[in-house]
Design a protein around this ligand. Structure first.
Ligand code: ATP
Length: 372
């Protein structure tokens, strides 16, 4: 926030005092947290959201996403490690900056709007540093940013879920925070509304230039929203990177399984290869004799009526729109093999067919008893 004694020559005083979002870097350094008992909710997590970046915290239920967000906000105090904002410690062994001094905005899953306040007053709520008139003006700016200035005098109950989510976003952005934290912000919306609200939210985040950390358990949502994704499991950071990196070069079967549906086979490395019922694949990174897990994405299997590498018998087909889900039995595999193929690739009555695997996309991991 800029000092009132040094007003900007360009911006209006009201704007200068509310502070344009100068995106900040928020970093977690070796953050661990234990609520009670033996199990750590977070275990030495080191991760940073870079200035202006949209970082998604992704992981199954109980993996520690919300806890990490609450620690960033200052609602929860970590058991060990540090949180830094622009390289300045805001929570650590000797420092604890309270939430209201962190320049961090929050959007919760349930929007948490005050039902007895108008939309305008809900948005104005956090602008206590401004005069009443300036706060009103800034709240209107924030509301028009989310396209809801027309509802300023209405009460939350008249708005749809998507609109309430936008009000919550406007309220969080109105003080122009350096970092915006969003906990499952779209989970209360029905699926048709979700796409539009996600796209709008992303556009607003880009415009506001705030660094954003979004919690989700939905891999597709993370891929749509994030510049980078951090995948958590059992309180540990498993892998962080752009969506494409996590999808194409997953560190283990857990990461691969989080981003795509897989057919999984167990094998053992022999002469640099692994042998499975759907074909032989190279395993250059693994030692001779090592137990391996071979993962083939449903979308990496092609089917044809007359030619292919492995004979297959169709067990079931399910129409999904552009694609269909085909379940097949093949020699040597106890479980059915599943494929997502372009609708129309197989004649309706096809029964004995052929499948082929796109070899370059097959994933081979060393087997360490992990579960998908
Ligand atoms: P979800 O997607 O279900 O919200 P999450 O990944 O956000 O899950 P957290 O809510 O951070 O996970 O929880 C991590 C672990 O900490 C879980 O085992 C959870 O039961 C535990 N936990 C969270 N909050 C508390 C609390 N207030 N007291 C005790 N244990 C807690």
């Amino acid at each position: 926030m800029s000092s009132p004694s040094a007003p900007s020559p360009v911006r209006s005083p009201a704007r200068a005092r509310t502070g344009v979002s100068f995106a900040a870097r928020l970093a977690f350094e070796d953050v661990s947290h234990r609520f009670t008992g033996e199990t750590a909710a977070l275990d030495r997590v080191s991760l940073a959201a870079e200035p202006g970046e949209v970082l998604c915290l992704l992981g199954p239920s109980g993996s520690g996403k919300t806890t990490l967000l609450r620690i960033a906000a200052g609602i929860e105090v970590q058991s060990a490690g540090r949180v830094l904002l622009n390289n300045r410690e805001i929570a650590g062994p000797s420092v604890f900056l309270p939430p209201e001094q962190r320049s961090i905005g929050l959007v919760f899953q349930d929007f948490a709007l005050f039902p007895h306040l108008t939309i305008l007053d809900n948005v104005r709520f956090g602008l206590t540093a401004l005069s009443r008139e300036e706060a009103r003006r800034e709240a209107m700016v924030a509301l028009s940013r989310v396209g809801l200035e027309g509802y300023a005098g209405a009460y939350p109950h008249v708005l749809s879920g998507g609109e309430q989510q936008r009000v919550a976003l406007a309220r969080a952005l109105a003080p122009r925070p350096a970092v915006l934290l969003m906990d499952e912000p779209f989970s209360g919306l029905d699926s048709r509304l979700k796409d539009a609200v996600r796209a709008e939210t992303l556009a607003i985040l880009r415009q506001s230039r705030a660094t954003a950390i979004i919690v989700t358990h939905d891999a597709e949502e993370a891929m749509r929203m994030a510049d980078r994704i951090a995948l958590l499991k059992d309180g540990r950071l498993v892998q962080a990177g752009p969506a494409q990196e996590l999808y194409q070069a997953p560190r283990d079967l857990f990461v691969a399984g989080f981003f795509s549906e897989l057919n999984v086979f167990e094998a053992r490395v022999a002469g640099g290869w692994v042998e499975t019922p759907v074909g032989r694949f190279v395993a250059p990174a693994l030692e001779e004799g090592a137990p391996a897990t071979v993962a083939v994405r449903l979308s990496d299997i092609e089917v044809a009526e007359r030619t292919g590498e492995v004979p297959a018998r169709v067990l079931s087909r399910r129409f999904l729109g552009v694609v269909e889900l085909v379940e097949m039995a093949i020699p040597g595999a106890e479980e059915p093999i599943r494929a997502r193929v372009r609708f129309g690739a197989l004649p309706t009555k096809a029964r004995d067919i052929w499948l082929s695997v796109r070899k370059s996309d097959v994933l081979v991991f060393e087997r360490r008893g992990e579960s998908a």
